[in-house]
Design a protein around this ligand. Structure first.
Ligand code: SF4
Length: 405
């Protein structure tokens, strides 16, 4: 392998083929991958700024019919721990987020058969009526697909209606690995095939929305399949230019069916850094790569800034999904800023479009420290939101619950 030739090509902006990327991913020294990824990052972001967003990750329901075997978060329909957040609870979370300087909700949840499209439309409209400037980064492609299937409407029509109700952008969740062999083994082929996931993103981009893209690695996929995932994202980005950022994290095996069945242990920090670096080299048409400190911890998150990342993602106020699978890292704005500055960069707040919003909020005014993560529902809280009875349920358990309410 002629690393010098690769170096010349990468530094002059040349594109890597899948085979070349695989060779580098498998055999290039880690320090070299980092040096190349860092050079590409510096070229795209020459100002030495590292961005982050203050938003809140709210999971509006944990009830899900998809049953992905890598997921420790979902509860089956009718399960006593299943919940749907009420509109008032969501408003309260927005107020708490705004008090910390937050600008948006990252709103995602399970595939709940008892929440029709109208519930989402009413929620989005109600949020926008109370908080007109607040942004809704909501509903990953499989959720959009689930709503489209339930409503018997084309994906484009569902996206159009959600935008009319207040949807601002779509998070790239549910991508896992965009290869159907892997999706079948993870039991997530039913929620969205690779083509369907990309199809929802294409429709969203055509409708004018910006979205992110993600990759969860470290389950049953091969190195080739990780790269195929990246190449499929690169191809769609060539076509639409609609992705703002790429985020990758490793599978969190604790409490999951997949982790127990295959004794899969979590991928190492070095593997994470190599994967991030190769993503920076392959995804030459993506401007932003986030550091996934929520799964890797603050210090690997900080190291990510030398392996291609230019963004620290979100200040964590609430997390329910990866925490259910054992990851529980929490950093508030003060800690994110300390990590960025210690690594030699200038921290800047941003919005979902990566427009700069200013210096850290806590330097302007006093904000409460967030040193532990909030949770969607405390254990055993089975309260049912009042407004749910306005929406017809599809499942037998949902119908019974509505009648009893
Ligand atoms: S990952 Fe999402 S879609 Fe899959 S089971 Fe969990 S909540 Fe449901």
């Amino acid at each position: 392998m002629d690393l010098r030739a690769f170096e010349q090509r990468i530094l002059s902006g040349g594109r890597l083929t899948g085979d070349e990327a695989l060779q580098l991913y498998r055999h290039a020294p880690t320090y070299w991958l980092g040096r190349m990824a860092d050079a590409v990052r510096a070229k795209k972001h020459p100002g030495g700024q590292v961005t982050y967003i203050i938003d809140r990750n709210v999971n509006y329901t944990n009830v899900c019919v998809a049953r992905c075997n890598f997921c420790a978060f979902y509860r089956e329909v009718g399960h006593s721990d299943g919940y749907v957040l009420g509109f008032e609870e969501i408003f309260k979370k927005i107020e708490e987020t705004q008090a910390l300087g937050g600008v948006q909700l990252l709103l995602q949840g399970g595939h709940n058969p008892d929440l029709p499209l109208k519930w989402y439309e009413d929620l989005f409209r109600a949020v926008k009526q109370r908080f007109p400037e607040f942004k809704l980064h909501a509903l990953s492609p499989p959720e959009v697909l689930h709503i489209a299937k339930m409503s018997k409407l084309p994906v484009a029509e569902v996206i159009r209606r959600l935008i009319a109700a207040g949807l601002d952008s779509i998070p790239g969740g549910g991508a896992e690995i965009l290869v159907d062999r892997v999706r079948k083994l993870l039991n997530c082929y039913g929620k969205a095939t690779a083509d369907e996931w990309l199809g929802v993103m294409r429709e969203a981009h055509l409708a004018g929305l910006r979205t992110t893209a993600t990759m969860m690695y470290g389950t049953v996929e091969t190195d080739e399949e990780r790269l195929e995932h990246m190449l499929r994202l690169r191809a769609l980005q060539d076509e639409t230019g609609g992705f703002t950022a790429f985020i990758t994290w490793s599978f969190q095996p604790e409490h999951t069916e997949l982790g127990a069945a295959h004794s899969i242990s979590e991928a190492t920090g070095v593997e994470y850094l190599r994967t991030l670096a190769i993503a920076r080299l392959v995804l030459d048409n993506f401007d932003n790569l986030q550091a996934s400190w929520v799964t890797q911890g603050g210090k690997v998150g900080q190291l990510s800034l030398a392996f291609g990342a230019n963004d620290m993602g979100s200040v964590m106020i609430e997390e329910n999904v990866v925490r259910a699978a054992g990851a529980a890292y929490c950093m508030d704005e003060v800690e994110i800023v300390a990590n960025v500055e210690d690594a030699g960069y200038m921290p800047m707040r941003r919005n979902m479009h990566y427009e700069l919003l200013g210096a850290p909020v806590f330097r302007d005014r006093e904000v409460p420290r967030m040193l532990s993560l909030a949770k969607a529902r405390s254990e055993g809280d089975t309260s049912v939101p009042e407004e749910l009875k306005n929406y017809p349920a599809r499942s037998r358990a949902g119908k019974q619950q509505r009648l009893a309410n």
